[in-house]
Design a protein around this ligand. Structure first.
Ligand SMILES: *Cc1c(COP(=O)(O)O)cnc(C)c1O
Length: 414
């Protein structure tokens, strides 16, 4: 009965998370399946920003730094994100773009192992991670080894004793594959390396326990599963054991032990405050803070359980054989790329189709927001916080319509 819309509606009625959908300003007629790229607008954000702009900035002027908690915001919001990723208080700071945080974290990681000549970088990672790892290697005179996550164990064996910083992606942005952070970090430590994890597609999506996993450093986006809005600041986590020795390359004055001394020399603050840089993007930072409420209330574990259910449902619907009118399925040139095992996948499901960009564009025209990644991958993010079973049913029905119109590669449209 899964193949009926009534079945999907019944699931939604019984779904304890369905109350959270109204916390997001989702336009009617739109199915938002790309929250792994830009999370939707949480309803609390416009009012929160209005208060910050008109009242705090407008009326309090510079006093807002203390009266309205602007100064503490990078570590206060950091602690809230920390709770979502399994970090104790005082280990996470928020500010800058993900790219900047990556540069800061990877360089600091390499500096924690000054005698190690090799920097390892995940070759399947998001481009900016790879570009920055390449730049850090060049800057510090390190040899860069790029490897897919699946072959990292072999690289660690080969370069045991030589590896310093190792930059890993937790969830593959293309395929949605999820890697075992705890086990991989243990392998990295056994080789004497420092594990830097990019959690951009994992934070707020997958239950994480960075403290327990022994992660050294981690960074992640604020605008994907955290829904902080376009350009939302990113977070940087550091295990407490590194705080005293963490030598970050971006030595901005907010990271100084006594910023208002205006001293000649940089003395890093103790604790995670040393990972602050300069004046934060206060408006974006406070928008992100307001955005976290629904996710905190629902809990990452519950959202994850539902996201997995939605992913299973989507893959079952997609695998249904074609009817006479041409349903999606392998016989329409679709292939599920994402692993089916729950402990091996994040919250987006990736489908391969030779005309993925056209399919994504056609879906968008019909109100189903997905995206594609070159050359042939279609990504559908199933965030259980606001996506329903009915959304999945309707999205697959729309996909079915679209595939009838978009020919397979090599087929002549007729
Ligand atoms: C989305 C994403 C980024 C984006 O970096 P920005 O500096 O925010 O543009 C970086 N790395 C990964 C793994 C991502 O998924």
């Amino acid at each position: 009965m899964e193949s009926t819309r009534e079945w999907a509606e019944k699931q939604d009625l019984e779904d304890p998370l369905s109350v959270f959908r109204k916390e997001f300003a989702l336009p009617t007629g739109v199915i938002q399946l790309n929250g792994n790229s830009l999370g939707p607008l949480p309803r609390a954000v416009p009012d929160a920003l209005d208060e910050v702009v008109r009242h705090q900035w407008g009326e309090h002027l510079i006093r807002a730094w203390s009266e309205d908690g602007w100064w503490d915001a990078p570590v206060r919001v950091g602690d809230r994100i920390g709770r979502l990723i399994g970090a104790g208080a005082g280990r996470t700071v928020v500010g800058e773009s993900t790219s900047v945080q990556l540069f800061n974290a990877v360089t600091a990681a390499a500096r924690l192992r000054p005698d190690r000549p090799v920097l390892v970088s995940d070759s399947t990672n998001f481009p900016t991670d790879r570009y920055l790892a390449t730049s850090v290697a060049r800057l510090l005179g390190l040899r860069l080894i790029e490897t897919p996550m699946g072959e990292l164990g072999e690289v660690l064996r080969r370069y045991r004793g030589e590896v310093g910083a190792i930059l890993c992606g937790a969830v593959d942005f293309r395929t949605g594959e999820l890697w075992d952070i705890s086990r991989t970090t243990a392998d990295i430590h056994a080789a004497g390396g420092i594990a830097v994890w990019d959690l951009s597609h994992a934070a707020g999506a997958v239950p994480l326990d960075v403290d327990a996993a022994g992660v050294d450093l981690a960074v992640g986006c604020g605008y994907k599963y955290l829904s902080g809005g376009p350009g939302a600041p990113a977070f940087l986590y550091s295990a407490a054991r590194h705080h005293d020795t963490l030598d970050l390359p971006l030595t901005g004055w907010h990271g100084h032990a006594r910023p208002f001394d205006m001293a000649d020399e940089f003395v890093p603050a103790s604790g995670i405050d040393r990972a602050r840089t300069g004046t934060p993007h206060v408006l974006s930072l406070l928008a992100l803070e307001a955005a976290l409420e629904p996710l905190e209330a629902a809990g990452v574990a519950a959202v994850r359980r539902k996201s997995l259910r939605l992913g299973d449902y989507l893959t079952r619907l997609v695998a249904e054989p074609s009817d006479a009118s041409g349903a999606p399925g392998s016989d329409r040139g679709l292939e599920v790329v994402t692993p089916s095992a729950h402990d091996r996948r994040g919250n987006h499901i990736t489908l391969r189709h030779a005309r993925a960009p056209e399919v994504s564009a056609a879906l968008m025209e019909r109100g189903v927001v997905t995206d594609s990644r070159p050359p042939d991958l279609l990504r559908l993010c199933l965030n259980g916080l606001y996506v329903s079973h009915t959304d999945v049913f309707d999205a697959v029905a729309t996909l079915r319509d679209v595939l009838r119109e978009v020919p397979r590669a090599g087929e002549v449209a007729g």
